[in-house]
Ligand binder design. Structure first.
Ligand code: AMP
Length: 420
């Protein structure tokens, strides 16, 4: 029996994994500089958490969630997104106590039963930010700036930040009514899901993926025209802060977020040429979520982006994330006595953080040198009978051929020479 990887998933092989590590490291570094700390939540949660927060009529919950029942009949779901779990952790761990604002980030896999295609997988890796505890529009701009500077800092040029306001429950009522009035005459041309959505949650019609619904939705009224006074002031302030941060943006009144808990600011960064999958990241305010899942009413804002699409966009723009790291040095140990004697030094150098390779399956000088070349090591550390007698090692620069002897009494000197 040969087993196959599940559809819509992928292996990250060693030739690729360093790229992921580099993106993780860059994101962590930037988030830390803004004062955000990492939070990790389980990959599965009670299914109800997502049903309650994302909304039962959302595609993510209705069609895409991996639900399962455990041995005791409890219904869980592989997390389709990171915000609801972070909000659950905030409430459960009483993170409302202490500093008023909690700045959090996460990196981890999400799961959606989606139709796999380029940039769309069933298990995908997201990075995200959540800022909980303030509705100050400065923070909207701060959260957006982390995303913007992360992506542009990688060298991406083909990026566009689009922002919108989806209002608050107060202005949504008038908007929902306007949407219902707009869609009702098209009832018979809508997909069965949208026919239900008209009455249940007309805003969900705006992100239906069925082409005929999309076509109809393209003429629908936009939320921006229905904002109340407070929402208009808030949205203007977000724009002002973005301008102060010198982040270019356009207003796209058609941005709606696929989940029910969003209020006020909604945004998306698009890039690359994946067509329908050109959304590199998206987010917004979710001032209603914490209360919805049993916490106190607490304003919050965040975003999530996918690493897969980011890697594709980087590739498209010809941006390199460097090469698979080559060894700093390759140990060439000739003869059993030399090999045995050098073994502790091999480890000592590695413990100093130097990447030293050794191939115990090769014994001749020639074969080991060839291996060092193949691995594109910068230096060879040659240790044979002569070096054994002198308690020293020969460091050969494999590009210039230059070589020099270093005493094994003081490995720091050798380590320094290798580090350059
Ligand atoms: P969402 O949670 O749907 O707003 O998605 C946020 C980001 O996650 C998107 O902009 C994509 O970069 C990424 N993403 C969402 N769904 C998928 C998927 N099925 N496969 C790969 N990336 C995804």
């Amino acid at each position: 029996m040969r087993y196959k990887i599940p559809r819509g998933t992928y292996d990250i092989l060693p030739q690729q994994s360093y790229k992921w590590q580099k993106l993780f490291a860059d994101f962590r570094k930037l988030a830390a500089a803004y004062g955000y700390a990492e939070i990790s939540t389980p990959m599965f949660e009670q299914a109800g958490l997502f049903e309650r927060s994302s909304g039962e009529s959302s595609d993510v919950v209705k069609k895409e969630m991996y639900r399962f029942t455990d041995q005791k009949g409890r219904v869980f779901a592989l997390r389709p997104e990171g915000t609801a779990p972070v909000a659950r952790a905030y409430v459960e761990n009483r993170m409302d106590i202490g500093a008023a604002v909690k700045k959090l980030y996460y990196i981890g896999p999400m799961f959606r039963y989606d139709r796999p295609q380029a940039g769309r997988y069933r298990q995908f890796q997201q990075y995200g930010i959540e800022l909980i505890g303030s509705d100050n529009p400065f923070y909207d701009a701060e959260v957006i700036s982390i995303l913007w500077f992360f992506l542009s800092g990688l060298g991406l040029k083909n990026l566009r930040l689009e922002i919108n306001s989806v209002g608050c429950p107060n202005c949504s009522q008038a908007y929902d009514k306007a949407l219902q009035e707009y869609f009702r005459p098209h009832f018979s041309d809508l997909c069965p899901d949208c026919q239900v959505r008209i009455e249940q949650n007309p805003r969900r019609l705006l992100d239906c993926k069925v082409p005929s619904c999309k076509e109809i939705a393209s003429g629908a009224p936009v939320q921006l025209d229905y904002l109340d006074e407070d929402c208009r002031i808030q949205f203007a302030a977000v724009q002002k802060h973005l301008e102060l941060m010198e982040i270019p943006f356009t207003i796209n009144p058609r941005i709606v977020r696929g989940l029910d808990y969003y209020t006020h600011t909604a945004f998306e960064v698009v890039g690359g040429s994946l067509g329908a999958q050109n959304s590199l990241a998206g987010g917004g305010r979710y001032n209603g979520l914490l209360e919805q899942i049993g916490g106190k009413s607490t304003p919050a804002i965040g975003f999530a982006g996918g690493f897969e699409r980011l890697l594709l966009a980087l590739e498209e723009e010809g941006i390199s994330l460097g090469d698979v790291p080559a060894p700093d040095a390759f140990a060439i140990l000739i003869g059993e006595a030399a090999r045995d004697a050098f073994t502790p030094y091999l480890n000592a150098l590695r413990l100093k953080g130097i990447f030293v390779e050794f191939d115990p399956d090769k014994s001749s000088f020639k074969a080991q040198l060839k291996a060092a070349d193949n691995r594109q090591a910068r230096f060879a550390l040659i240790f044979g009978e002569d070096e054994l007698a002198a308690n020293s090692v020969t460091l050969r620069d494999l590009q210039s051929g230059e070589q020099k002897n270093y005493s094994l009494e003081n490995l720091d000197l050798l380590a320094e020479a290798i580090r350059g």
